[in-house]
Design a protein around this ligand. Structure first.
Ligand SMILES: NC(=O)c1ccc[n+]([C@@H]2O[C@H](COP(=O)([O-])OP(=O)(O)OC[C@H]3O[C@@H](n4cnc5c(N)ncnc54)[C@H](OP(=O)(O)O)[C@@H]3O)[C@@H](O)[C@H]2O)c1
Length: 255
């Protein structure tokens, strides 16, 4: 399938690890020019170096905290200036991943997940309108059903994002801009969230794995593949959708 992503200008937040890193590499494989960010300078530098060493393509890293609105705006504007005002694809991937139900985590999750995504999209929108580009937001199955993260801000803020992205998917389409969500289920990365659970909560990990109809957790590549499809011209008639990548673990029927 030709995805038509060669030469596209792509922004990915949280691109140094796990799902974000797989998304960065997948776009590079298609010949896109990828800008990614995270908060940790050493990881940004290492990721850029690894990509360069492996000759994966043109990638540029920056140190940006998506909970800081000024920092996001500066990052987006700098990239747009570099590419004559063009941004083709915006992938909002970062979450505070703050599960416990505390005041601090509600503030952090709202500021990072919800406001961070809103600010990122607002900053990029003029440039996406120029290219008739698109937005892919990473949500979670926790935004669609009550799971082990409940009660708390994680699923509630992911649900808010699903609603907002769906609103944009419908209201921006007249400007030629599409917006969609990808909702991963449990995605395994050895040094990520589920790798830690596997090491520290063996029984819970075995239950989560066993509860999935596929008998396994997902991979970052499987999430990246869904993101690439939605971001590509193959999905030109899809806007306002939420694509689950969960091995059918979600019990709800999706209309
Ligand atoms: N893993 C799963 O099973 C799973 C399931 C469903 C949904 N998701 C969703 O998928 C997305 C990625 O999750 P993940 O598991 O891949 O996370 P991860 O392994 O913790 O990686 C997160 C990435 O985002 C960066 N980051 C975190 N906070 C940031 C901030 N405030 N500003 C800029 N960068 C930031 C991290 O680097 P720094 O820490 O250096 O900033 C890192 O590059 C999230 O939206 C998550 O909710 C994940």
């Amino acid at each position: 399938m030709q995805l038509g992503l060669n030469g596209k200008i792509v922004l990915v937040t949280g691109g140094t690890k796990s799902i974000g890193l797989a998304i960065v590499k997948a776009f590079l494989q298609e010949g896109a020019i990828v800008h990614f960010c995270s908060r940790t300078a050493a990881d940004v530098e290492r990721t850029a170096q690894d990509i360069n060493t492996a000759a994966l393509g043109e990638a540029h890293g920056a140190v940006v905290d998506v909970s800081d609105a000024d920092s996001i705006k500066t990052w987006v504007n700098t990239i747009a200036e570099k590419h004559d005002g063009r941004i083709d694809v915006l992938v909002s991937n970062v979450s505070a991943l703050a599960v416990p139900n505390t005041h601090e985590n509600w503030d952090l999750t709202y500021q990072t997940d919800v406001k961070g995504t809103y600010t990122l999209i607002e900053a990029a929108l003029p440039h996406l309108k120029l290219t008739k580009g698109n937005i892919v937001s990473i949500s979670s199955v926790s935004g669609r059903y009550v799971d082990f993260t409940a009660p708390g801000p994680y699923g509630a803020c992911k649900a808010a994002l699903l609603h907002y992205i769906s609103q944009l998917g419908h209201t921006l389409v007249k400007d030629g801009v599409r917006a969609n969500s990808v909702s991963p289920g449990n995605i395994y990365v050895e040094d990520g969230f589920w790798g830690k659970i596997e090491r520290e909560m063996e029984d819970f990990f075995a239950k989560v794995k066993g509860d999935n109809p596929t008998g396994r957790l997902g991979t970052p590549q499987e999430v990246a593949d869904a993101v690439l499809f939605l971001a590509s011209e193959r999905a030109a008639f899809i806007s306002g959708a939420n694509l689950l990548v969960d091995g059918a673990v979600s019990p709800a029927v999706q209309f």
